[in-house]
Ligand binder design. Structure first.
Ligand SMILES: CC(C)(COP(=O)(O)OP(=O)(O)OC[C@H]1O[C@@H](n2cnc3c(N)ncnc32)[C@H](O)[C@@H]1OP(=O)(O)O)[C@@H](O)C(=O)NCCC(=O)NCCS
Length: 275
């Protein structure tokens, strides 16, 4: 049975049902040394602007879930100190609950194989504003494309229904106001995106889709091989085994599988746009 503090935490992180029950069990006993170490690693990064997530650690996946649960209130307070609304903070931290639900679909059990991704959120600089997430980071490359600014926004697309151009426009408009208001000394002029959705093959094959419309907003800088990303994000399956058993109901499902059937390799497109 969750305590009232836990109920509030689970609401903040959008955790419900069986995941809430499992999380409640994790919080019922004092944190282990591994959990405390994971929390200390997040504390060190809070309020700094690290480009990378925490990737390797002695803590197990379950330790990381517990550490994320225990640490999230500190991030919420940090947001509050910056004058960020509780709603935006909750929308941003709610990715924890979404990732737990996705993990259940992928693996059929409670877990969080994407715990590393969530360590970005715990540094306090990744926000969900409308349909998209925006991550404030230092420029990865110092080229003219950044218009002299030392900062940029990494754009991410959480799973949450359709990606209509109107939703994307509104999200970018909100981001422009949000970052100049809350981070006035970190002027951003550019947004970047690294995603399977920017693979030019998709724009070519599904030109009228929301995905293509999103991809066309970005200038494509380069592509790198990412053989499993398109399968993971379309089917929520890790790896390329048993592809013949996957459904071919939507145009995207067919395009993803047919390219692999033809011997092709899905790419990660790296692109940028001016805000
Ligand atoms: C990105 C996303 C929101 C796009 O959804 P959308 O707006 O419905 O996409 P589109 O309208 O462009 O879809 C075109 C076609 O692909 C299908 N499609 C889109 N996303 C799909 C998915 N995840 N699984 C299966 N089919 C999908 C649509 O149903 C449509 O099919 P149809 O032509 O047969 O009607 C969705 O794919 C998603 O949630 N992906 C997971 C998150 C993700 O990939 N993030 C980026 C990580 S780098």
């Amino acid at each position: 049975m969750a305590t009232s503090a836990q109920t509030e935490l689970f609401e903040l992180l959008d955790i419900s049902g069986d995941d809430a029950a499992e999380c409640s069990t994790l919080l019922a006993t004092p944190p282990s040394a591994a959990v405390l170490q994971a929390m200390a690693a997040m504390q060190e990064r809070l309020g700094t602007f690290p480009l990378d997530s925490i990737q390797a650690s002695d803590a197990s996946e379950t330790d990381w879930i517990e550490a994320l649960l225990r640490f999230a209130p500190a991030v919420h307070s940090y947001h509050e100190d910056l004058g960020i609304s509780p709603m935006v903070s909750a929308a941003s931290l709610g990715d924890v609950g979404l990732q737990l639900r996705i993990n259940r679909r992928v693996h059929g059990v409670f877990g969080l194989d994407t715990w590393s991704w969530l360590t970005h959120h715990m540094a306090g600089n990744l926000f969900r504003l409308g349909r998209l997430q925006f991550h404030l980071v230092r420029n990865s490359e110092s080229t003219d494309q950044h218009h002299g600014s030392a900062w940029e926004l990494g754009v991410h697309i959480p799973e949450d229904g359709g990606l209509s151009p109107a939703l994307v426009d509104a999200s970018f408009a909100e981001a422009r106001g949000f970052f100049s208001r809350h981070f006035p000394d970190k002027r951003v002029a550019t947004a970047t995106c690294d995603s399977w959705m920017l693979d030019p093959y998709l724009v070519e094959r599904l030109p009228d889709s929301n995905i293509a419309s999103f991809a066309r907003r970005f200038t494509l800088d380069r592509c790198t091989d990412a053989p499993t990303d398109a399968v993971y994000f379309t089917f929520r399956q890790r790896g390329l085994q048993g592809l013949d058993k996957l459904p071919r109901e939507t145009s995207l499902q067919r395009v993803v599988l047919e390219r692999i059937d033809d011997g092709g390799t899905w790419q990660l497109g790296h692109g940028h746009l001016a805000l």
